[in-house]
Design a binder for this molecule. Sequence first.
Ligand SMILES: Nc1ncnc2c1ncn2[C@@H]1O[C@H](COP(=O)(O)OP(=O)(O)O)[C@@H](O)[C@H]1O
Ligand SMILES: [Mg+2]
Length: 320
Amino acid sequence: MRSIHVIHENPDWLPPLAAAFDRLRLPWTEWDLSGGVFDLSAAPPEGVFYNRMSASSHTRGHRYAAELTAGVLAWLTRHGRRVVNGPRALDLEISKARQYAALEAAGVPVPRTVLALGDAGRVAAAAREHFAGGPVILKPNRGGKGLGVRLFPDAEALEAHLRALPEDEHPVDGLWLLQEHLRAERPVITRSEFVGGRFLYAVEVDTSAGFELCPADVCAVGDAPPAAPRFRVLEGGVEPGLRAKLEAFLAANGTEVAGIEFIRSTDGRVLAYDVNTNTNYNPEAEEKAGVAGTGRSGPGAIAAFLGAELDAGATASRAA
Ligand SMILES: Nc1ncnc2c1ncn2[C@@H]1O[C@H](COP(=O)(O)OP(=O)(O)O)[C@@H](O)[C@H]1O
Ligand SMILES: [Mg+2]
């Protein structure tokens, strides 16, 4: 039977999507690519494939899941399978340097960023040269969940941090990004969600507690709930010009499901700094906005979109 196949590596992130599929009575299977064996000389099963491999897969002990996914996606596309968030989405997911090149090519401004491979001395020298030794954000090129994202007041603090950093906390692809520190009027970022390449909603995220911003329930740490909700769906969405640019960026990069994060800087710039092609949605924020359990929720919109793609494929193969 033709079905929806969900490519992932973290079962903890599946239940909201599973519930949305079940609500629509859609046939689906999961492909857990934290491991696997694939006969590349055979044809893949029929259906629609949805890739949600995560940039942070290595932090869950799945160091090579993204590499396996790249191979599997090549095999699926060679066989003409419909893949939502195919190889180009994976390329973006695992490299902020590629995200920034693609965003800028689509006319979306990004923060000033320096890409660096080298030891602590070399990276600190780059901070001195390009950021005048002043405040700088350090982040891994392959990110996820805000892990390893730090603000340093000066290049000396950055160098001391890097010299003391254990090997297993270095970026998994070896690449660091040095980035200008964006200051916002209030300690918030905005994350715009897109499904089927179209804007769904935007959430404002309170960043006063730090840089780790995983919206899924399973990422919540500790028992005490924060005083105020950290995620809030914005009623007004985002300005139409920005929305159109972000949709054009996704279309140009073969990415149909994504959450794009940006900061409104105090100097009036709106800068995108993170593209999540594996996106999780905050259930409380969706509940509060009255979209939970509907086609306007993140999981609901994805299920409806994939269901329509499954139907479209069935019609096409009957017509052929
Ligand atoms: N250039 C920046 N200026 C200020 N804050 C930043 C900057 N880059 C990242 N942050 C903060 O750190 C968080 C995590 O950074 P991000 O680039 O999204 O990494 P990840 O891919 O791990 O989510 C952001 O959501 C934001 O709160
Ligand atoms: Mg982020």
